[in-house]
Design a protein around this ligand. Structure first.
Ligand SMILES: [Zn+2]
Length: 397
């Protein structure tokens, strides 16, 4: 979203009010349930946890608190000025946290701190408007949103135009404002006709083999390299600054900004590539994600970090791909890596061909076949899944 200064200030204020509302509602529940804050510091702020001291307990639910919200709105103009539906979703958020705590054994709800970064608007009717909000697209990928408690309309960019919006979220991340739209999407056109097996890579994004033996290689994009370089140098600079100093904080914000930039870029590329594959293929075959096999040797620290980055990246891509393929009614088949071991097998004679990660070429000692390592893996998966593919397509046709 691109709010102007006035709108941005209002959004910050709303963020603060929602957080205060959440914390207030949590406090109210704790007090009613017989808890009392245990210890205060000099400023009167709570520093340690809450203890149950009263025998008398009342458990408040979201309906009780909604009633109190109405009173609160009457008394405090700050809250009166907020969208009612929107403030209610914050109470519901607390209610959900409680339900998770009681029913699912999740941790007890905690007071929101700096991590509080979003608030929602609830649904109302059908289409692109709801309780105190309205969305409008003015082009293929831009539009504006009206929020009843923010002056004017806020411009935004985004192509994912839904059919019905059920919920709207406002998210603040790294100093940027985002709009999250939950809703039903227009059904996309049908899937394609091809079948592809995909091997996810480290040095390239992926290697694919189509059923007609054509190869698809998607390299890591050049802008990605540039952005990563920038990130590495910014992180190096951060290491030179004194921890906790003003300069350190400033540099840390810069690192976070570049991090977000890299993530956005990666997501963009992943969206593009997965959309293209989903469009032209009916069946997509991959293996279970196993980052351990993909991470090169290195120090324990570096290994952990690499794994983390790879994990997030490849996981994101496969999730997108699966969603897009299935959205079009196609099949997404996942081979069990452990039993099949596509990289450790020869596609021609099916014998095991163990190799290190550094060996980029598959050359079989049994039958003499030589080809690219990743292409071999994709071919193995393609053959392995073939009966499955035939079965599915046969029953579906
Ligand atoms: Zn062989």
């Amino acid at each position: 979203m691109y709010p102007n200064k006035e709108q941005e200030n209002r959004l910050y204020e709303l963020m603060r009010l929602h957080k205060a509302l959440y914390n207030g509602a949590l406090e109210q529940r704790l007090l009613a349930a017989g808890f009392r804050p245990h210890q205060f510091n000099k400023r009167g702020r709570l520093i340690t946890g809450w203890r149950r001291v009263h025998e008398h307990r009342t458990f408040l639910n979201k309906f009780d608190q909604s009633k109190d919200l109405t009173l609160l709105r009457r008394e405090l103009p700050e809250y009166g000025g907020m969208s009612y539906g929107s403030s209610q979703t914050t109470l519901i958020r607390l209610d959900i946290a409680y339900k998770r705590f009681f029913k699912l054994g999740a941790g007890a709800p905690r007071f929101a701190g700096r991590d509080w970064c979003s608030f929602d608007y609830s649904s109302g009717g059908k289409g692109l408007k709801g309780n105190g909000w309205k969305l409008e697209w003015s082009g293929s990928n831009k539009g504006s949103v009206y929020l009843s408690d923010v002056p004017g309309t806020i411009r935004f960019r985004g192509a994912a135009k839904p059919l019905n919006c059920r919920q709207l979220g406002v998210i603040l991340r790294n100093g940027r404002w985002y709009l999250q739209v939950v809703g039903d999407r227009l059904p996309k056109a049908c899937h394609g006709t091809r079948t592809i097996a995909i091997d996810m890579g480290v040095s390239k994004l992926l290697t694919g083999k189509y059923d007609n033996m054509e190869t698809l290689v998607v390299p890591k994009l050049a802008p990605m390299h540039a952005a990563k370089k920038k990130l590495a140098s910014a992180q190096k600079d951060l290491g030179r600054k004194k921890r906790g100093s003003e300069r350190y904080k400033k540099q840390a914000a810069e690192v976070a900004r570049i991090h977000a930039q890299v993530a956005r870029l990666r997501k963009h590329v992943h969206n593009d590539v997965s959309a293209t594959i989903a469009k032209e293929c009916r069946t997509v075959i991959t293996e279970t994600l196993n980052i351990k096999n993909m991470t090169a040797h290195g120090g324990a620290h570096k290994k952990g970090l690499n794994r983390h980055i790879l994990d997030a990246g490849i996981g994101q891509f496969l999730t997108m791909l699966q969603y897009k393929v299935q959205e079009r009614g196609g099949d997404f088949i996942v081979c069990e890596t452990r039993g099949l071991a596509p990289t450790q097998r020869c596609h021609a004679c099916w014998s095991r061909a163990p190799k290190l990660l550094s060996e980029r070429v598959h050359s079989c000692t049994k039958c003499g076949v030589t080809c690219d390592r990743d292409e071999n893996a994709a071919l193995v998966m393609l053959q392995f899944a073939a009966p499955n593919v035939a079965k599915r397509q046969g029953t579906l046709l």
